[in-house]
Design a protein around this ligand. Structure first.
Ligand code: MAN
Length: 526
């Protein structure tokens, strides 16, 4: 038989469709995708799409499989690997396995797969299109609303960043001012301290001189047992504790070596003897005193150790006049009271209490204190701000998405309640599994990385290296994001032992392109 002309073939094909199908109008070669129609030319032999062989055009859709790839039987079930194209006018064209063709089940919404059977297929394409349209619109609306929130998050993140930068600058200025204040405070403080230190040292020196003076007098009076205002060899010899060579007798010669002479007056005692003996010297036990009552004590004998010694400042002549003893006492007491500041401070020195500041020192210290307090307050503030800066740096070190759209997650935790456990994810930190019936919580992962596919890295995040599973791997969690109006964990599963999967809805995952799609676009699903 001769090949029919292209026009004839087309008419013939349409006729066949109308006669054999009965269900749905077929506008193209049965079962062929629109994009491949050009490969099927009725006036030309057909070359299998895998180019394995060329056959006469009549062999196409003749219910006998010729091509290995099944491309010669797009409209029949003859080839096990063939694919039938449902045109599904008004909806979305789909490919189905060709063995679905004529199996008595309506697979295409236009019913074109059952053209050769008696099964009546309702055309559900319009209904499907409407449903699909509604779903697409709902999805678009969700993404639109989500994107609006996402934009707020991004704007907030930008505002926070610039606010922190601004604050950082302010703080740097404040630190400079505070340091200047500190320097200003330090000068008067140092001046005050130096002045006080000098005063303190002077007074200490005066006091030490007085104490030494008194000790010398007391020791001299103690040694001068005959009251002749001289310490002689025999008087010092009684103090055998001063004999360094203690095994032998404390000889006259040894005593004379200490005194430097046969006897010394108070001044010589002060300059040459006192320092030699003061460390070893011990007072002799006092002689027994008569009972004080009822007879008053006789006047102490001349030169008694109980009598105060003359002041060192008095001349030798005066010292040699025992009759002046009372005047000397008086002078001594006068001398003592003439330096009240020193005596006053004596108490402080013993107490280790600093002496009272003078008015000028007090004023300087007050200024310094004030400046220091201000500085300390500012320094406290600075520490706080430095902490804030550190937090900020830590936060800006976190990858919150190309536009900071995941910045709202910083320092936030979210729970998902499941029958047995509460799952808690603390974003960019860790994830826990908390048993509801008591028992200790288990860390199922620590923040690891964004783990979505290369083209959509921010689709997922990974929490890894959690508590090790018994006889298994360390626990881990993958969080998959999808568009939602609120930040919310909506599902947690354990698809594989100790590997957890969470679905999390967030505006941050909403897509501007989905939000901007027109609701009428269609596409072919394969
Ligand atoms: C606990 C939970 C489970 C986990 C088992 C593994 O019961 O952490 O999620 O599968 O341990 O032993």
């Amino acid at each position: 038989m001769m090949f029919p002309s292209y026009v004839n073939l087309l008419v013939f094909s349409c006729l066949l469709t109308l006669i054999a199908g009965g269900n749905i109008e077929q506008t193209a070669l049965r079962g062929v995708q629109t994009s491949l129609l050009s490969m099927y030319v009725p006036s030309k032999p057909f070359t299998c799409l895998d180019r394995s062989m060329t056959i006469p055009y009549e062999f196409v859709n003749d219910d006998y499989c010729d091509c290995r790839d099944g491309s010669d039987e797009p409209g029949t079930s003859a080839c096990p690997n063939g694919r039938f194209f449902c045109e599904n006018k008004g909806y979305v064209g789909t490919l189905i396995p060709s063995h679905f063709v004529g199996d008595g089940i309506c697979d295409c919404c236009d019913g074109s797969d059952e053209y050769e059977t008696n099964v009546v297929c309702n055309n559900t394409c319009f209904e499907l299109a409407q449903r699909n349209q509604a779903e697409r619109e709902a999805k678009r609306a969700l993404h639109e609303a989500g994107v609006a929130k996402k934009k707020e998050i991004i704007a907030h993140s930008i505002a926070i960043k610039s606010e922190r930068q601004k604050r950082l600058k302010e703080l740097e200025n404040e630190i400079q001012v505070a340091e200047k204040l500190k320097r200003q405070a330090e000068a008067p403080e140092k001046e005050a301290k130096d002045k006080y230190q000098k005063l303190w040292e002077e007074q200490r020196a005066k006091h030490e001189a007085i104490v030494r003076n008194r000790e010398i007098r007391e020791m001299f009076a103690d040694l001068d047992t005959n009251g002749d205002s001289l310490v002689s060899i025999d008087e010092l010899q009684k103090h055998t504790e001063l004999d360094l060579d203690s095994e032998n007798e404390f000889t006259n010669e040894e005593v004379r070596t200490i005194l430097g002479a046969d006897s010394v007056n108070l001044n010589d005692f002060n300059t040459t003897v006192f320092d030699q003996i003061s460390n070893s010297y011990k007072k002799l036990p006092e002689p027994p005193r008569p009972t004080p009552e009822p007879t008053p004590l006789p006047e102490p004998s001349q030169g008694s150790f109980a009598t105060p010694s003359p002041p060192l400042e008095t001349s030798d002549d005066e010292q040699n006049k025992p009759s002046h003893r009372h005047e000397e006492d008086h002078e001594n007491s006068q001398h003592s009271s003439s330096i009240p500041t020193s005596l006053e401070h004596e108490k402080h020195i013993h107490d280790d209490t600093p002496p009272e500041y003078d008015d000028e020192t007090k004023r300087l210290i007050q200024i310094a204190d004030h400046a220091r307090n201000e500085f300390n307050a500012i320094e406290g503030k600075i520490l706080n701000i430095k902490q804030q800066i550190e937090d900020l740096k830590k936060q800006s070190g976190v990858d919150t998405g190309p536009q900071g759209e995941y910045s709202a997650f910083i320092d936030q935790c979210y729970d998902y309640e499941e029958r047995e456990y509460t799952y808690r994810v603390c974003m960019f930190k860790d994830a826990k599994q908390i048993p509801k019936g008591g028992g200790s919580e288990v860390t199922i992962g620590y923040w690891d990385s964004w783990s979505g596919p290369t083209e959509n890295k921010y689709l997922r995040m990974k929490y890894a290296n959690g508590a090790t599973c018994w006889n298994g791997p360390p626990r881990s969690l993958t969080v998959t994001f999808r568009c939602g109006i609120e930040h919310k964990a909506v599902d947690v599963r354990e698809p594989s032992r100790c590997e957890y999967a969470m679905i999390f809805e967030t505006p941050s995952a909403c897509d501007e392109t989905v939000a901007g799609t027109t609701s009428h676009s269609t596409h072919v699903e394969f």
